[in-house]
Design a protein around this ligand. Structure first.
Ligand code: APR
Length: 312
């Protein structure tokens, strides 16, 4: 008998709640919203609210709050947002130490309870967290991806659309590299319905947009005191849906590199194709000398983070 897909969301916080809402609305399957025992009530409350939301919006997804790994047995997709967001006064290293410990525990449980799952990591610092997820689970790279590129590209698309005065639907953008200050918005691959943005937007305006994209996460933290959750959740769901519906979408995502772009044993944002096999292909694109230099710099920053986490 065909059964509904099982979607496990690890972390029932801001992003986790929105992931559950979107997964239900898109009818991707039944949803398990998992959090630590202290937050079980929050997970269960959000689950019940969202099941009731199904009556209004008209979807049938079953949504369950839990803090038991047994409930997640056999999940088809696992999306991980477990961790703490960066707070004022907290260094990147502090965040790395705390979230690394959390990710290791989560990864061990995923390997044990969801051995065939497609895993998407959203927790920060992203590139180090997704690297650790692959290392601890031992899963092939086809089943462990990090979500950052779709979000960073979405921010770039918005700023380009506003500057050009066109619909955001017609703008496509590419952001490569690590998910941090060194990310590489590749304006040579950004278009408005195929028209290179460099033909439409002046160089100084483009430079300002690239800068704003790099600081896109921080801009929101400054405004509301916590990190963004609507667009990050939508981006995570786009990746999950591409897998569950074998869509063969070409999206930027953090993938394990095995020689592509000249890097090995590293997770970093690159264009990939996501379909029913998970990561089906890392797509390599030509970059000019200055773009490649920026990518090298970003790769070095990610490698530093990964090396630091190996010592922790
Ligand atoms: N297992 C499961 N959940 C956990 C664990 C754990 N071991 N440790 C913490 N959590 C939960 C927290 O209890 C909290 O409910 O993870 C949730 C995180 O939710 P928020 O604090 O609301 O954070 P959110 O905005 O959702 O972001 C989550 O994604 O983008 C990144 O930087 C962001 O690392 C952060 C993560």
């Amino acid at each position: 008998m065909a059964r509904r897909k099982k979607i496990a969301l690890i972390g029932a916080g801001n992003i986790g709640g929105e992931l559950a809402a979107l997964a239900a609305r898109h009818e991707l399957g039944d949803v398990w919203l998992f959090d630590i025992p202290d937050k079980l009530g929050v997970a269960q409350g959000k689950a019940l609210d969202l099941e009731q939301n199904g009556a209004v919006l008209g979807y049938d997804a079953k949504i369950t709050g839990t803090s038991s790994w047994d409930d997640l047995a056999g999940a088809d997709v696992v999306i991980v947002t477990a961790g703490v967001p960066r707070k004022p006064g907290m260094s990147r290293d502090d965040l790395l130490t705390i979230n690394l410990k959390i990710i290791r525990g989560v990864a061990e449980n995923i390997a044990k309870n969801c051995p065939n799952a497609f895993v998407i990591v959203i927790s920060n610092p992203l590139d180090a967290m997704v690297y650790e997820m692959k290392r601890v689970t031992g899963f092939p790279r086809s089943r462990v991806l990090g979500m950052a590129g779709v979000l960073d590209a979405a921010r770039l698309q918005l700023f380009l659309a506003r500057e050009a005065g066109v619909s955001i639907k017609d703008v496509r953008a590419m952001v490569l590299g690590g998910h941090g200050d060194t990310m590489v918005p590749v304006t040579s691959y950004c278009t408005i319905y195929g028209i290179p943005v460099r033909q439409v937007i002046a160089t100084d305006k483009l430079a300002a947009i690239v800068d704003r994209t790099r600081n896109g996460g921080g801009e929101i933290v400054k405004l509301m005191g916590t990190s963004a959750f609507y667009a990050p959740a939508s981006a995570g769901i786009a990746m999950a849906q591409a897998y569950l519906r074998d869509e063969k979408r070409l999206l930027p995502a953090a993938a394990f590199l095995d020689g592509e772009y000249g890097y090995k044993d590293l997770y970093m944002g690159v264009p990939v194709i996501i379909g029913g096999e998970g990561l089906e292909k890392v797509v390599t694109i030509d970059l000019d000398a200055s773009e490649k230099a920026m990518l090298d710099k970003s790769a070095a920053a990610v490698r530093e983070l990964i090396e630091a986490s190996k010592k922790l």
